[in-house]
Design a protein around this ligand. Structure first.
Ligand SMILES: Nc1nc2c(ncn2[C@@H]2O[C@H](COP(=O)(O)OP(=O)(O)OP(=O)(O)O)[C@@H](O)[C@H]2O)c(=O)[nH]1
Ligand SMILES: [Zn+2]
Length: 212
C-alpha cells in the first residue's frame, strides 16, 4: 500500500484498481506523493490542510496516466496488421492529443494528423491504432518535434509504407499561462517520409488536412 501522509485517512478517490493506475503501469506512487508534498511545502502551501490532504495521491494517479506512454512499446499497438487492396493514401486527421512539455511539465494539447501510403505488401493497420500510437508518444514528457517524428518513424519501422506524413498542431500552456504569455499561439510541426515528400502527394495530403 502507498504510505499516506499523517492524518490523511482513507482517500475517497481511490479506485477499485488500488494504487496502480487503470492502464496497469506501476509507477512509484509513494515517491511521487513525497515529491508533491515537498513541492506544496516549497511553494508555501500547507499540504495538511483539508483540501490538499489527498492531493499527493491524486497527482500520483494522474501522473501514472499522463505518463503511461513512457514504457509503452509501439510494437504492441502496430503489431496487428492486415492486407487490404488499397495502395493510396490513408489519412486520419484531427486526432486530439494531450501531452506534457518536458521543459516545464505543463500540458500542450492539440491535434495530430497521420497519413500514410501502404507499402508494396499492402499492409495496413487498424485506424484506431494510429490514435493509440499518438498516445504512446504523447503520454511522456515531450517536445512537439520529437513527438511528430516518433509517430512517423514508428509507422516507417512497423509498416514499411511507401510514405508517411505526420502533422501536429498544438497550443503549449507553457507559452499561454506563464512565461511569454501568448494564449492562442499554435505550433505546427510536420515529419514527412518516402513518397509523401513528393510535392503533389504532399500537397494532396495537406489539402485534405486543412480542408476541414
Ligand atoms: N522547440 C520546442 N520548444 C518548446 C516546446 N515546448 C516548450 N518549448 C520551449 O522551451 C523553451 C525553454 O526555454 P528556457 O529558456 O530553457 O526556459 P524558460 O526560461 O522557462 O523559457 P520561457 O518559456 O521563455 O520563459 C521555451 O522557449 C519554450 O517555449 C516544444 O515542444 N518544442
Ligand atoms: Zn514548456
Amino acid at each position: 500500500m502507498r504510505p499516506a501522509p499523517a492524518g490523511a485517512g482513507p482517500d475517497p478517490d481511490e479506485g477499485a484498481l488500488g494504487p496502480h493506475d487503470a492502464v496497469g503501469r506501476a509507477v512509484d506512487h509513494a515517491r511521487i506523493e513525497a515529491a508533491v508534498r515537498e513541492i506544496l511545502l516549497a511553494v508555501g502551501e500547507d499540504p495538511d490542510r483539508d483540501g490538499l490532504l489527498h492531493t499527493p495521491a491524486r497527482v500520483a494517479r494522474s501522473y501514472a496516466e499522463i505518463f503511461s506512454g513512457i514504457d509503452q512499446d509501439p510494437s504492441a499497438v502496430l503489431g496487428t496488421t492486415f492486407d487490404v487492396d488499397h495502395d493510396e493514401m490513408i489519412l486520419v486527421k484531427d486526432i486530439e492529443l494531450y501531452s506534457v512539455c518536458e521543459h516545464h511539465l505543463v500540458p500542450f494539447h492539440g491535434s495530430a494528423h497521420v497519413a500514410y501510403i501502404p507499402g508494396p505488401d499492402g499492409r495496413v493497420v487498424g485506424l484506431s491504432k494510429l490514435a493509440r500510437l499518438v498516445d504512446v508518444y504523447a503520454r511522456r514528457p515531450q517536445v512537439q518535434e520529437r513527438l511528430t517524428t516518433q509517430v512517423a518513424d514508428a509507422l516507417v519501422d512497423h509498416l514499411a509504407p511507401r510514405g508517411v506524413l505526420v502533422v501536429v498542431e498544438a497550443e503549449h500552456l507553457c507559452m499561454s499561462m506563464r512565461g511569454v504569455r501568448r494564449p492562442g499561439a499554435r505550433t505546427i510541426t510536420s515529419t514527412v517520409r518516402g513518397h509523401l515528400r513528393n510535392q503533389a502527394t504532399r500537397a494532396e495530403a495537406m489539402s485534405l488536412i486543412t480542408g476541414r
